[in-house]
Design a protein. Structure first.
Length: 299
């Protein structure tokens, strides 16, 4: 059974978009995934995203995705919301993934904007509606035009919010003005999907984060959120500024690459990457160590 949620925080407040650990030969590491999930929940996450792009979803099979959901739910499903990525640029495939995630025990779905195809807004509306209709799980939209090529328009958000199971949005649009209007008009639970904008998005109505740097600094993210909720703007700003080197360092290159490198340095389960992602160079690793040290991360 999923942890208690409310309409304001349907998936909790601090979620990490979890990497998918692999063994040294590139196979799915389910034991490692369970250990990493437990570590993240112990560190302050009340939700985890599995099978997202940070989980290398483009290179995992449908069977692996279902196995991963089952393993993570078994490990932490009584302590954290387990949200499964189900979005692709093929609506029929996305529907299949949504149903499989529900059968595997997921508590919710993450549905990214169809990428590369660049559908019009009506296509987005029908795509997300089909996913929400396919399973009985709450759905978080994922608006990331930098990768998908198409933003979810505010009017589309408002219409999608009428669906009883579309309850939230992960915002990686990088536009606080549009976010402000969409939050006010749609009343969706808003989650920051851009770590650098975690605190600014809280100020315009976001309820929490779907983070990559949460792999390393979940306690700090939790403390920043709680300071903001308590009205301690100075404390929240202090934590945000302390984390700036972490935000910068983790995204000097592709975030999965840096995250798996950092976790490996900490002795946490991660393993290799699947192509087309590749490991950091020695020089990039040293730069990452400097960035993380500047943000107070112990390796």
């Amino acid at each position: 059974m999923a942890p208690t949620s409310t309409s304001q925080t349907p998936f909790g407040r601090v979620l990490t978009a979890m990497v998918t650990p692999f063994t040294t030969d590139g196979a799915l590491d389910l034991d490692g995934a369970q250990r990493l999930a437990a570590h993240l929940v112990d560190a302050g996450n009340d939700g985890l995203i599995v099978n997202g792009t940070t989980g290398e979803s483009p290179t995992t099979s449908d069977a692996e995705k279902a196995q991963l959901v089952r393993a993570v739910v078994e490990a932490v499903g009584d302590r954290a919301h387990v949200v499964a990525g189900a979005g692709t640029n093929d609506t029929r495939h996305s529907v299949e993934l949504a149903r499989a995630a529900e059968q595997a025990g997921a508590h919710g779905l993450l549905a990214v904007t169809p990428y590369y195809s660049k559908p019009p807004q009506e296509g987005l509306l029908r795509h997300f509606t089909a996913i929400a209709d396919a399973a009985g799980l709450p759905v978080m939209l994922y608006d990331i035009p930098g990768r998908s090529g198409v933003p979810i328009g505010t009017e589309t958000m408002v219409r999608l919010a009428e669906h009883p199971r579309i309850v939230a949005n992960k915002d990686a649009k990088g536009d606080l003005g549009r976010a402000s209007w969409a939050i006010a008009r749609s009343r969706l639970a808003w989650y920051s999907g851009d770590d650098m904008l975690n605190l600014p998005l809280l100020s315009v109505g976001a309820v929490g984060f779907v983070s990559v740097v949460g792999h390393l600094v979940s306690p700090e993210l939790r403390a920043m959120l709680e300071a903001h909720l308590a009205g301690d703007v100075a404390k929240a700003t202090e934590i945000h500024q302390k984390l700036l080197p972490v935000f910068t360092g983790m995204f000097r290159t592709q975030g999965v690459i840096t995250t798996k490198a950092a976790l490996t340095l900490q002795g946490q389960p991660a393993g290799p990457l699947r192509l087309p992602l590749v490991e950091l160079t020695a020089e990039e690793t040293e730069q990452l160590k400097r960035d993380l040290a500047a943000g107070g991360v112990q390796l």
